[in-house]
Ligand binder design. Structure first.
Ligand code: PEP
Ligand code: MG
Length: 291
């Protein structure tokens, strides 16, 4: 079956029953774009923007970020790119950003929690993304969302960025708005989050870690870090149902999305989009087309 995986990479990922899945790529930089297109991605389901912030002395300016996001949006010629706002903290350290000493950084101020505490940093990025949306199909996604209040705060920040751009006379485009589902509490209230959003995308790397209480970085607990744990799958089902019942699409951008043994189950649960390392795309499309 896998013989034609590479040849299939540019075909639609449609099941025999006609269910069409968007098979997208995870990227960390505009430099990954050629690889994404070569591997037949239907879009970018996760642009990890923290890589733009690493290996330098200070945060990239609004214009620098705008150029990077615009390059990706234009390069995809109308296909969607889901840009995740800065997901710093815990496993993703950025040398020049100030973090308080924490006993449990994975349970601390990371992802959206950090950017909400750093309004200048957050506004700069949001403005750059909104401006880039004038040049392509951009969706904006927030990492480590835990509550409805988080979503409300993030959406208020987006409104503030739009207001600032208007005042500065800079043009910008409309974006779809979404949250990552990485925290079990968020998974359980996906319906409430989805009421306010266009989409959600499950970050299984973190969701598995938080659901099974097993550090994703600790090889001693891999036995418990179990992607087939029924507790996780109950959450994954609830996420898909909660999103769809409230008119939002549901994606997945953690490692599990590109793991062939789980793909049929995700399709059965109704996942609309799966995003993965570009080299997995041909295999996943081939698997879906055989269902
Ligand atoms: C995830 O948690 O599954 C995810 C996609 O985000 P990251 O791996 O960057 O934390
Ligand atoms: Mg994550």
């Amino acid at each position: 079956m896998m013989k034609n995986a590479y040849a299939n990479r540019h075909l639609e990922a449609k099941t025999k029953a006609g269910q069409l899945i968007e098979v997208a790529a995870n990227i960390g930089s505009p430099n990954d774009l050629a690889h994404v297109l070569e591997n037949g991605a239907d879009g970018v389901g996760l642009f990890r923007t923290e890589f733009l912030f690493m290996d330098r002395k200070e945060a990239p300016t609004e214009d620098e970020q705008y150029e990077a996001y615009k390059q990706v949006a234009q390069g995809l010629s109308g296909k969607r790119v889901v840009i995740r706002t800065l997901d710093a903290g815990a496993d993703k350290k950025v040398a020049y950003l100030q973090f308080d000493e924490e006993e449990n950084p994975f349970l601390g101020v990371r992802g959206l929690r950090y950017t909400l505490k750093q309004p200048t940093l957050f506004q700069t990025q949001l403005k750059a993304i909104l401006r880039a949306a004038d040049h392509g199909n951009i969706a904006l996604m927030f990492p480590m969302v835990t509550s409805v209040a988080d979503v409300e705060a993030a959406l208020a920040a987006v409104d503030e960025a739009k207001g600032a751009l208007k005042a500065e006379g800079k043009s910008f485009g409309e974006v779809e708005l979404g949250a990552m589902i990485e925290v079990p509490a968020a998974a359980l209230i996906t319906d409430l989050l989805a009421e306010k959003l266009d989409f959600v995308s499950v970050g299984t790397n973190d969701l598995i870690q938080y659901t099974t209480a097993s550090d994703r970085m600790n090889p001693e607990v891999t036995k418990w870090y179990d992607p087939s744990h029924p507790g996780l799958w109950r959450l994954l089902e609830q996420v898909a149902k909660g999103a769809h019942a409230n008119g939002a699409w549901v994606g997945m951008c953690g490692e599990l999305a590109g793991t062939l043994e789980f793909v049929p189950r995700l399709i059965e649960l109704g996942y609309d989009e799966l995003s993965m390392s570009p080299k997995r795309i041909g295999l996943v499309k081939t698997t879906i087309r055989a269902l």
